[in-house]
Design a protein around this ligand. Structure first.
Ligand code: CMP
Length: 140
């Protein structure tokens, strides 16, 4: 089915100047960017986005990292977009990410892991609504 998923280019990848290379991965895989913006996350916005991880030991470092520089947030649309994006990203830990994935090629640690992608239809709906008003998503 055609789905939408929320994707974030994280501060490490923005800092490495590889936004375009990451966007090309999405486009070359047949995903369409239907919304996009660059922004600097506040503690409150990053903390709310990752609220489900609040009790995890890495939460504080995760929020600190995600607020350390600008991010680019986008909505990707396409057939099986949620799973397809997760395939393109590779494993959360770049050391475990398959060759040729975004995290294998651009990430350096489990925190600085280049990209985020929604992991289910439920989280995709929540995460898209967290960053974008319906009017900011462009029908293609
Ligand atoms: P992301 O997909 O953005 O979702 C939560 C993030 O927490 C994850 O990517 C990692 O960057 C970060 N993180 C740090 N440590 C861990 C861990 N042990 N397990 C899962 N995620 C972690």
């Amino acid at each position: 089915a055609v789905e939408r998923t929320l994707s974030i280019v994280k501060p490490d990848a923005v800092g490495k100047n590889v936004i375009g290379k990451i966007y090309s991965r999405f486009e070359d895989a047949g995903l369409t960017i239907v919304a996009a913006k660059m922004l600097r996350l506040s503690d409150a916005v990053a903390g709310g986005f990752y609220a489900e991880h609040r009790e995890r030991p890495f939460y504080k470092d995760l929020v600190a990292f995600m607020t350390s520089g600008p991010v680019v947030v986008q909505v990707l649309e396409g057939e099986d977009a949620i799973a397809k994006n997760r395939e393109l990203m590779g494993a959360t830990n770049p050391q475990e990410a398959a060759e040729g994935t975004i995290r294998s090629d651009f990430a350096s640690s489990i925190d600085a892991n280049a990209v985020h992608g929604s992991d289910s239809p439920t989280s995709a709906a929540r995460e898209i609504a967290y960053f974008f008003a319906a009017s900011e998503i462009c029908e293609r």
